[in-house]
Unconditional design. Sequence first.
Length: 260
Amino acid sequence: MKFYESGDNRKPVIFLFPGTCCLYSSFNHILDGLHSYFYTVAVSYDGFDPNEKTEFCSMEDECEKIEQEIRKNYGGRIKAAYGCSLGGSFVSLLIQRKRIHIDHGIIGSSDMDEAGLFMARIQSSIVVPIMYRMVHTGKLPKFMQKKINEADKSKKELVAGFLNMFGIDQGGSPWITKQSIYNQFYSDLVTKVQHGIDVPGTTIHVFYATKMGKKYEKRYCSYFKNPDIRRHNMQHEELFCCHSAEWVEEVKKAVEGDRQ
């Protein structure tokens, strides 16, 4: 695991957690905007970093390494953390474990899906072959590409932004193993997030993409006590992927306490 720091270290610290099978570089498009307000630390998970040969083991193992980094270099406390998709699970787990302190935890329209051991194994086994080929080669399967080609312009723009997170058409990531993908996907499904998370001094903000469906808002209100729900008439992580300036301003307003 590596941590990529950038910006003015006199400013408040924000940790950035990538989504499933995504690299730390998936945050490159928003860093310049964030540097106006924050010192950024992009987390690069084990098994997904191009500069080391490691393998993703489990959510708990990654949390321990993140906590060690925050205790060692940031005094055990940071101003904010943004979790993109899967990263939202990491932010939630770090807050509930209470081994470090995060003033503002921001959940980026994460689905927060969970499953039992048996179903998690089945789901992971189905997803891994598709995800492995996609991230390994940097190319979409032909059936996916065909659907995109048939989509209208607005849909293509949304998909293009989303695929950019996975590094599609950027050369691929041949160092990522099938085992790392399986372990990440499986571990995320079976690692339980507590209900009613409420830590003194921590505010949890949720960038809720309303087009995902009402069940997700109910899920957020179940996992977190009194979350700051920030609604956007968008799809999953569309704000982050396709509207970087608006995303940066929303992060700034959340951390500064501008509740909607």
